[in-house]
Design a protein around this ligand. Structure first.
Ligand code: MG
Length: 219
């Protein structure tokens, strides 16, 4: 098991809790048959679900439908308790691209039964994350990023974090009112539209345009 996030400058940080935000882009909320909720949808993936660049998503036997969701991942630098959105940039170690791998069939059953999404979202290998670009290299306090995801060279998802319903700052404000965020915690900030199925043997490439990319094989 991989424990450390690697930064593009060669430094490492032990990975902590992985938070996920659902339905943070309106077009994706609609393709899932819903709307953007009043309060953020939050779920958690275990740290042990992390996969580094060049690794694999292993489809578990409980599912026949694993979906890709390309997302901006924010890495926390220090403890966050009741952080205001305008101060959130002071708590960000860096930015990465991740794939919020989701067992869509398992999640659909859970939704229909009013049950949690833990197995659908937190299975082993459900959290591939690229190398992390240090926040100080990005500079801007509230940077915007373009996201791409292709399968076997074919473009499947394209989005920009400008379309997020809640900004990174607002998400850190919300999460830090409820949880204590710590150094090494990661936030998957939601996916744009265009999610779809992954199949064994697929080569998946996710990209934070002009910053960093992530290559994953499906097994
Ligand atoms: Mg997601």
């Amino acid at each position: 098991m991989q424990n450390n996030l690697t930064f593009t400058n060669g430094t490492n940080l032990r990975i902590g809790t992985i938070y996920g935000i659902g339905k943070n882009y309106s077009k994706h909320a609609r393709e899932m048959g819903g709307e953007v909720p009043k309060d953020p949808v939050v779920f958690i993936k275990p740290a042990a679900s992390y996969v580094e660049d060049g690794g694999k998503i292993i489809i578990p036997d409980i599912s026949k439908s694993v979906h890709h969701e390309v997302e901006l991942v924010v890495v926390i630098s220090k403890e966050c308790v009741n952080v205001k959105s305008e101060d959130a940039h002071e708590y960000i170690a860096g930015y990465a691209v991740g794939i919020d791998a989701t067992l869509r069939d398992v999640q659909s059953k859970a939704k229909a039964a009013g049950l949690p999404w833990a197995t659908a979202k937190g299975f082993v290998t459900s959290a591939p994350i690229s190398k992390v670009v240090p926040a100080e290299e990005i500079g801007n306090k509230e940077p915007l990023f373009s996201l791409l995801l292709s399968i076997n060279g074919e473009l499947r998802q394209k989005g920009n974090t400008a379309d997020m319903e809640r900004s990174v700052g607002k998400l850190i404000e919300y999460l830090s009112e409820i949880f204590t965020l710590q150094s090494g915690d990661c936030i998957f900030t939601g996916t744009p539209e265009g999610v779809g199925q992954l199949n064994k043997g697929d080569n998946v490439r996710a990209e934070l345009v002009d910053q960093v990319s992530l290559e994953i094989i499906i097994e």
